[in-house]
Design a binder for this molecule. Sequence first.
Ligand SMILES: CC(C)(COP(=O)(O)OP(=O)(O)OC[C@H]1O[C@@H](n2cnc3c(N)ncnc32)[C@H](O)[C@@H]1OP(=O)(O)O)[C@@H](O)C(=O)NCCC(=O)NCCS
Length: 265
Amino acid sequence: MRPPSEGGDMRKFTSTLRHPARIVHAHCDLPCGVYDPAQARIEAESVAKIQEKYQDAANQKKPSESEEDFKARCLVIKEERADMVKHHLWVLWTDYFKPEHLEAHANLHDLFWKATKLAGEAKHSSDPKVGQQLLGRQRLGRQGPAGLREMISATLTIGLVALSGKTIIGYAIARYAADSGEILNLAVAPEHRREGVAAHLIDALLEGLRSREVREVYLEVRESNGPARALYKDKGFTVAGMRRAYYRYPTEDALVLRLQLDGGA
Ligand SMILES: CC(C)(COP(=O)(O)OP(=O)(O)OC[C@H]1O[C@@H](n2cnc3c(N)ncnc32)[C@H](O)[C@@H]1OP(=O)(O)O)[C@@H](O)C(=O)NCCC(=O)NCCS
C-alpha cells in the first residue's frame, strides 16, 4: 500500500491504518541500539513484589479499599508487568543477540525460552515463589547443591572457586546479559576469612565480566552485613537503591549496589 504522499489512494490508506491486516510490535524500528536486561529485571522485580503484596492483602491495602479490590488491582498490574518481562526478553532475544553469541553460548535459545515461559507462569500465579524463580533467586540455603549446580551451569554465568590445596575455601558466581552483570553469590569459609580470598574472587569475577563487555555490575547485600559491605565499598561499589524486606530468615532490607566497569559514573 502506497501512502498518499507517494500517489496512493487516501481512503484505502487510512482504512488500512484503522484495520491493519497484521499487527507487529517493535522495540524501536531504527534500531536505536540500546539494549539493557535491566528493563526485564525491573519488571520481574515488580511481579515478585506484587505477588508478595497480594498474599498480604489485608495489611497492604489502602483503608479506603476492600481486600478483594486490592487483590484485583494486584492481579491486573502483575499481568501487565509479566507481559513487559516477556516483551523485554523478546527484544533482547530477537534483536540483540547475533549468530556469534549463539556460537559462544549454545543454550541461549533454551535460556530465553525458559525465561519467557517463567514470565508466563508468573503471569498466572500469585505465588511469590514463582516471581523469585523468574528473578533466578531461589535461595541456595533451601535449594542445596542442586540449586548451586544449576546456577553455575546456566549460560552467561561465571562461577569461580578459590582453592587451598584441593579444598574449596570460597566461591563467587555472577551472571550477565548484554552489558549488565549481577553478582549472585560470594562466600568464604569462616576459617579462611580476612585472608584476602573474597577480594581476589571479586577481582577475578570483575575481570571476567569486563572481558565479556559487561559495563555495569549490580548485587544485593543485607543492610546488616558489615563485612560484605566493607568489601564491596573497597571494590568501588556504591549504593544504587534499596529493596524493602527483600531478605527472609530473618526479614531484612537489601541494599542494591552498583559498579560501573568502564570508568563512567
Ligand atoms: C563477606 C566475605 C565474603 C568476605 O570474605 P573475606 O575473604 O574474609 O574478605 P577479604 O579478606 O578478601 O577482605 C577484603 C576486604 O573486605 C573488608 N572486610 C572483609 N571482612 C571484613 C570484616 N569482618 N569486617 C570489616 N571489613 C571486612 C575489608 O575492607 C577487607 O580488606 P582488609 O582485610 O584489607 O581490611 C565473608 O565474610 C563471607 O563469606 N561472609 C558470609 C557470606 C556473605 O556475607 N557473602 C556476601 C553476600 S553479598
